[in-house]
Design a protein around this ligand. Structure first.
Ligand code: XMP
Length: 518
């Protein structure tokens, strides 16, 4: 049985009803930024199920359809009678207008991008805002006339009804996207909806989450024992700290050191969990056995598979050594929960989240982060007192340095890459850019080239510097690092890392490249 984090969510819930929008997650994040808990549910969730969750408000997302299309996504019109305040965004507003008797038609012109908004009524969504605003539009259809009982609260050049409301029934609609950064005050309209229409109180804070989640974990786990696989990353570290806060020594953490970590990563895990938190930690030093399995392997997917399998094997062996294990804590996050089952994108690479779950193990699963977004996990980690270099550490692939060594993984090549990577990280931090770039790291290319050191000809390795900016790793741009930073990294890597005589800088964006090289 997989435990849902639902029990650990606070009482005031807002539901984002997803009509297929690109931006549903963004809407949910903005709502949570307003300290209100929300969840995303598919538009066809039955009315009974929706209302059983007792939401204090519902937000209809946008979506790519037209309300007049056959099989256009819709909701049960009885929802409007349920007394729950509703905010419709873009398609969500068109649907509301259409279902309640307003007029929707293709706009005279499509509106796309930044648009001037003329606020006609500041009594609800626009309370406290300037009457002339810039908003971000992306639509073909538009509401031409509001449903009976609604007033028009804003318009633009091409949208006579850019916002509408029926304050008595607490139904609201905006044609623009308040959730995107290009609508600078957009979050204020969302906040007005949440606090004025829905009566939200700002209960969603990490402090309250810790309190509720620890109670829930205690209740669930009782006096049983629980294990947690640490990967060195923020998610598993946060789960471990949270579960430890709840059940103390009933928790044992297992850290499989596959020897493919960044510089000092393993010792940092020990220091944090054993010495600082005084947790029971099984440290499985397995570097040799991973190297043996990777011997002679160059294919990236094969490397991933071997590492994933070996990881599970070590994890199983270590957990079987423990006297009795009933539960396994995992760091599943909300975006995985939303996307699982609906992901249709082509597979580019297999992502092995080393530290993940051995499938056939006989544990009950505890996933206390399954309702959190990544930025909330960081806030939670800080609340739990994890060291800030662990909280803010850049993402690192489960298979570790093995997929940053093109070609064969050997002890020597690992050492070269680890040292070069440590220089990159140190210099990026020194330049104050560590939190601004999404990832900055070294890759060991399968190339040797000729150089000259002193009077000697050299024939040595090439290090690639990869640095990208990104919001979510789905797309990325190469980071415009200052020349001085590039120069320092290049000088230091060539001077300090034996076996390297050349550093190159990767200037490809994703797509068409990927962030990692394998
Ligand atoms: P790509 O290379 O696909 O990477 O652009 C996107 C993000 O995912 C990370 N990554 C991985 N993470 N296991 C992981 O846990 C993997 O096998 C893996 N491959 C890539 C990568 O570091 C970047 O943040």
């Amino acid at each position: 049985m997989a435990l849902k984090g639902r029990n650990s969510s606070p009482r005031q819930l807002v539901i984002v009803l997803d009509f297929g929008a690109q931006y549903s997650q963004l809407i949910a994040r903005r709502i949570r930024e307003c300290k209100v808990y929300c969840e995303i549910l598919p538009y066809d969730t039955p009315l009974k199920e929706l209302l059983a969750r007792e939401p204090v408000g519902i937000v209809f997302s946008g979506g790519p359809s037209s309300v007049y299309e056959e099989n256009a996504p819709s909701c049960d019109p009885k929802l409007y009678e349920a007394g729950v305040p509703i905010l419709g965004i873009c398609y969500g507003m068109q649907l509301m207008a259409h279902q309640l008797g307003g007029g929707v038609a293709p706009g005279a012109r499509r509106e796309f991008g930044k648009t001037e908004l003329d606020v006609l009524d500041s009594s609800d969504l626009f309370a406290g805002l300037n009457p002339e605003l810039i908003c971000w539009m992306s639509h073909g259809d538009a509401v031409q006339s509001p449903p009976p009982g609604f007033k028009v609260t804003a318009r633009t050049m091409n949208s006579p009804v850019a916002a509408m409301s029926n304050a008595r029934r607490k139904l609201y609609g905006v044609q623009f996207h308040p959730e995107v950064v290009h609508t600078p005050w957009g979050v204020e309209t969302i906040r007005n909806f949440l606090y004025q229409a829905c009566g939200c109180k700002g209960l969603w804070t990490m402090e309250s989450f810790v309190q509720q989640a620890t109670e829930w974990i205690r209740e669930e786990v009782g006096d049983k024992s629980i294990i947690c696989g640490l990967s060195g990353g923020i998610d598993s570290a946060t789960v471990a700290a949270l579960v430890h806060r709840a059940v103390g020594d009933q928790l044992t953490c297992i850290f499989v050191d596959h020897g493919l970590m960044r510089m000092d990563e393993g010792s940092k895990v020990r220091e944090t969990f054993e010495e600082f938190f005084k947790m029971k930690l099984v440290y499985a030093d397995s570097a040799e056995r991973f190297l043996v399995r990777l011997d002679g392997v160059s294919d990236p997917e094969l490397k991933r598979r071997i590492i994933g399998e070996e990881f599970i094997r070590v994890f199983e062996e270590e957990s079987k050594r423990l006297p009795q294990v009933d539960y396994l804590a995992q760091g599943t996050l909300y975006p995985d929960v939303i996307e699982s089952g609906t992901r249709s994108a082509a597979k580019i690479k297999t992502h092995h989240n080393v530290g993940g779950l051995p499938e056939n193990m006989d544990f009950k699963l505890v996933e206390p982060l399954r309702n959190l977004f990544k930025d909330e996990v960081r806030a939670l980690a800080e609340e739990l007192g994890l060291p800030s270099d662990m909280v803010w550490r850049q993402p690192f692939p489960g298979p570790g340095l093995a997929i940053r060594i093109l070609g064969e993984v050997t002890k020597e090549r690992l050492e070269i890459l680890r040292q070069a990577d440590a220089v990159v990280v140190e210099e990026i931090k020194r330049a104050g850019m560590y939190r601004r770039v999404w990832q900055a790291f070294a890759v060991l290319a399968p190339i040797k080239s000729v150089g000259v050191m002193g009077d000697q000809r050299t024939y040595e390795n090439t290090i690639v510097l990869r640095a990208v900016t990104s919001e979510d790793a789905m797309t990325a741009d190469w980071a415009r690092l200052p020349y001085e930073v590039l120069e320092r990294i290049s000088n230091r890597v060539i001077n300090e890392v034996n076996g390297v005589n050349r550093v190159v800088f990767d200037i490809s964006s994703k797509p068409p490249a990927t962030i990692e090289w394998e």
